[in-house]
Design a protein around this ligand. Sequence first.
Ligand code: NAD
Ligand code: TDX
Length: 338
Amino acid sequence: MRLLVTGGAGFIGANFVKQTIADRPGVTVTVLDALTYAGNRASLEPLADRIDFVHGDIADLDLVDELVSGVDAVVHFAAESHNDNSLAEPWPFVQTNIVGTYSLLQAVRRHDVRYHHVSTDEVYGDLGPGDRAFTERTPYNPSSPYSSTKAASDLLVRAWTRSFGVRATLSNCSNNYGPYQHVEKFIPRQITNLIDGVRPRLYGAGHQVRDWIHVDDHNRAVWDILERGRIGQTYLIGADGELDNKSVVRMILEAFDRDPDDFDHVTDRPGHDQRYAIDATLLRTELGWTPRYGDFRAGLAATVQWYRDNESWWRPYKAITERAYVAAGEQTLGGASA
Ligand code: NAD
Ligand code: TDX
């Protein structure tokens, strides 16, 4: 199989390419990535002679058409992915997440190429504490410029499937953690803060709940769907990993042998979604997928160790990321008891 992977220099895409090269010798991989602030060539360095890398934009219709004409399938990870950035400047989210997906859909339509669309549980909005988890039938109700542009891209995929017969599947996954995640995101930000001797920074009271899944479990599900998923079907991906943010910060501090209350509360995110939770019954029953990383604390400890061992990978991005949080108005509200 000849595979085009968009966003392969980003967090989930790079882990997907690594897993694919390791497990599937019959697959040839071309990565298309614009190398935005979130893309890192170093993530693919160990695989440089095993893949083709194309530096380009998914919204470039001619380039995308040419690349798609030479493959059997596309797995689409490329996106603007950070909620905080979407609140500061929404335009790149509209351009990449919506126009970029349009460009890929037109190409797979023209060349009748199999397409898998990687999306997020955030398209469903948020849940209250006692609400049932999201399913494939939950109505869309996105809150942020990020999640609304991902929702728009999902709807384009559904329309191109129904109206033009595009052979597409979709997946909506919960929060991923693991190696190669940008230091702007919650878990790597706190880990690298602690390596630098800075206290973790919890938005607001930290009562928001996220449903954590290891990136390798997400990517194995993507392969299951690509190979055996029903055309036109959406699959939710999640590993029953619900935890509130405060508990996660405390676990990270414990992994550093630090007092679990040694963190700061900072300005909350506007419109902050309260809770996400995934019901992955369809994926488990129809495709037989099960997560391998059942123990979040163990997966987190391995992730902490990865950031300790790979400082050269994240160091160039740390100071600029923290400066952006300050420029966006983040302020310390006080210590753990505040
Ligand atoms: P990321 O921000 O780490 O990586 C995005 C990659 O896309 C980068 O390499 C970037 O250079 C590239 N890119 C951005 N704009 C591009 C463009 N116009 N053309 C080509 N490449 C471009 O993101 P991630 O966390 O790896 O997320 C990957 C996908 O998974 C996204 O679609 C995201 O919505 C989805 N997702 C992420 C999570 C999560 O927890 N991180 C959870 C569910 C779904
Ligand atoms: O410093 C922080 N402190 C903090 O308390 C940061 C960066 C975040 N948070 C909170 C906000 C969220 O409740 O932690 C939680 C996780 O934050 P993010 O890592 O920004 O993730 P989230 O907004 O939940 O979205 C992530 O999961 C779904 C990804 O970034 C999305 O791409 C994906 O679709």
